[in-house]
Design a protein around this ligand. Structure first.
Ligand code: DHB
Ligand code: FE
Length: 282
């Protein structure tokens, strides 16, 4: 049977992709950020997950404002990256696992999540930056097959934080019932607090992010008391991306251990966070 062995929450700022490309990990600006990923790199190298379910948001590369699915899941054999204008060199295609994707989609639709199914899907920095952060070495990255789960946190109305947590629970259930022996990791990406535009551009909220990280393991429902409009006020309109971490958290169930965490302000305009959970139930 497939096993969900752990989960990671991680930010996805495009500048991180440039820093990795230019080997700036030891640069004083970047060091406190990349240091936080060392436990994740070691964990990934030790555990060698076969599949990554990558929960992320597209920023206008594959989906635009004319047609915006709330939840879209890729079911392709590979996912191409393309130039989206942040000065990032497009990365090599990422391998998919269409059989597992279709199983996941079937199971979620059965559980009343109406999923947009994508047999082709371009992936942007929301996807590529977390992949590069989890597996900076391309040969390791190539060993992981990816199932992209794309969430609308771009055009209102967004799904609620509660809906995200429940989607995560349904994903966890689907993985646990998949018959192939695969080790699966789930990545909840985006956030933490940031605002890219308007008079308050550059806004972050350390106190709120810290409380979010503190509550994520044992009390993820804490975030549900805020509407997405309230969250935009508190953590910035782009900071609302953090609701995608609840999908990761919901999938893992309650028998988990926090192995590492890091929080660093600023990376570009963003309060960058990373957290690693291991599932003790499998
Ligand atoms: C930045 C953050 C994002 O989440 C994003 O999608 C693009 C840019 C930033 O801080 O530069
Ligand atoms: Fe973003």
């Amino acid at each position: 049977m497939a096993k969900l062995i752990g989960g990671v929450g991680s930010s996805h700022v495009p500048a991180i992709g440039n820093a990795l490309e230019q080997g700036l990990q030891s640069d004083p600006y970047w060091k406190p950020f990349f240091e936080g990923y060392k436990p994740v790199w070691k964990w990934m190298e030790d555990k060698k997950p076969d599949v990554a379910i990558l929960v992320y948001n597209d920023h206008g590369l594959n989906f635009f404002l004319d047609a915006m699915p709330t939840f879209a899941i890729g079911a392709a054999t590979e996912y191409q990256n393309a130039d989206e204008g942040w000065g990032l060199k497009p990365l090599d295609p990422f391998k998919g696992n269409p059989e597992f994707s279709w199983y996941l989609i079937d199971s979620l639709v059965e559980d009343e999540f109406d999923i947009t199914m994508c047999q082709e899907m371009l992936v942007d920095h929301g996807f590529t930056v977390p992949m590069s952060l989890m597996w900076p070495k391309q040969e390791l990255r190539n060993q992981v097959k990816v199932i992209p789960v794309c969430v609308n946190v771009v055009q209102y109305p967004f799904p609620s934080a509660r809906r995200c947590l429940k989607l995560g629970e349904a994903i966890g259930k689907a993985v646990a019932s998949y018959e192939e022996d695969l080790n699966v990791v789930i990545l909840g990406t985006g956030g933490l607090s940031h605002q890219l535009d308007g008079e308050r551009a550059g806004h972050t909220n350390r106190a709120f992010d810290t409380e979010f990280l503190d509550k994520l393991k044992d009390e993820p429902e804490w975030l549900l008391k805020y509407s997405n409009y309230e969250l935009a006020e508190i953590v910035g309109p782009q900071g609302v991306e953090m609701i995608m971490w609840l999908i990761m958290r919901g999938a893992l169930g309650d028998n988990i251990r926090e192995l590492s965490r890091n929080y660093h302000i600023p990376i570009s305009n963003t309060a960058a966070g990373v957290i690693l959970f291991e599932n003790e139930a499998v």
